[in-house]
Ligand binder design. Structure first.
Ligand code: DX5
Ligand code: ZN
Length: 226
């Protein structure tokens, strides 16, 4: 896949929430392709972040597609609400939804792109029976719950396995990578098959600002992969 097809998705978890509109406009102007919004419930993960009202507010200030990552138990209870709030893409965790097949169908029925997120301990194999319903798999390269953690390179082989699985059915899914992305790890992730790159800390904590953070990731890909 050419690097022009790589999508950079800043994760708002690392933004300054007191200046959220400004942060969003900065990454949008800097060339971000999507906005990644991490929803945490203090149950599925040990942290609490943002919910439906924040997605609604973000929707009002950007035209970028909103990629909502639900790190919550029983996500099926909230799929409708997040879609109505303006989510264009919704991912749910394999580990969080007891009737996952139905939940994935609900996301599609609600008009959003269908995402499946896999924790580090969850094998690619677990996606096999639902891969036909999925538009993208979020391969977590950290344990979900916090920004700023270290990238787990042992997750990289999962990406090719997932792509092979969907190719067998004549389909092509997107592979999203989430957690610990830096100017170094982005290259390994793209080489392994990822084409949607979630990045929080490296973008919003960039010493020259968040637009420079987006640009630095793109520049690194151009240098290493062209
Ligand atoms: C972690 C979240 C990530 C997080 C990534 O639970 O799913 O999206 O914001 O942050 P960084 O890029 O700092 O690892
Ligand atoms: Zn995320």
């Amino acid at each position: 896949m050419g690097i022009q097809n790589i999508q950079i998705a800043p994760s708002l978890l690392a933004a300054d929430f007191a200046r959220l509109q400004e942060e969003i406009q900065t990454v949008e102007a800097g060339g971000a392709n999507l906005l990644h919004i991490d929803v945490m419930d203090g149950r599925f993960v040990p942290n609490i972040s943002m919910g439906v009202v924040v997605v609604e507010a973000v929707r009002r200030v950007t035209k970028l597609p909103l990629d909502v990552h639900l790190m919550i138990v029983e996500p099926e209870r909230y799929v409708q609400a997040f879609a109505a709030a303006g989510a264009n893409m919704i991912s749910v965790h394999y580990e969080a939804s007891p009737n996952l097949h139905r939940t994935l169908q609900m996301i599609g029925d609600a008009g959003a792109r269908v995402g499946l997120a896999l924790n580090p301990h969850t094998s690619a194999e677990m996606a096999r029976e639902v891969i036909d319903l999925v538009d993208y798999v979020n391969v977590m390269t950290v344990n979900p719950g916090f920004g700023g953690q270290q990238f787990l390179p042992t997750m990289l082989p999962k990406m090719a396995r997932l792509l092979a699985m969907s190719n067998e059915q004549g389909r092509q899914i997107d592979i999203e990578v989430d957690g610990g992305i830096t100017e170094e790890t982005i290259v390994a992730a793209v080489e392994a098959g990822a084409n949607i790159i979630v990045a929080g800390t490296v973008i919003f904590q960039h010493p020259h600002g968040a637009a420079a953070g987006v640009a630095a990731l793109r520049t690194r890909l151009q240098l290493e992969m062209d």
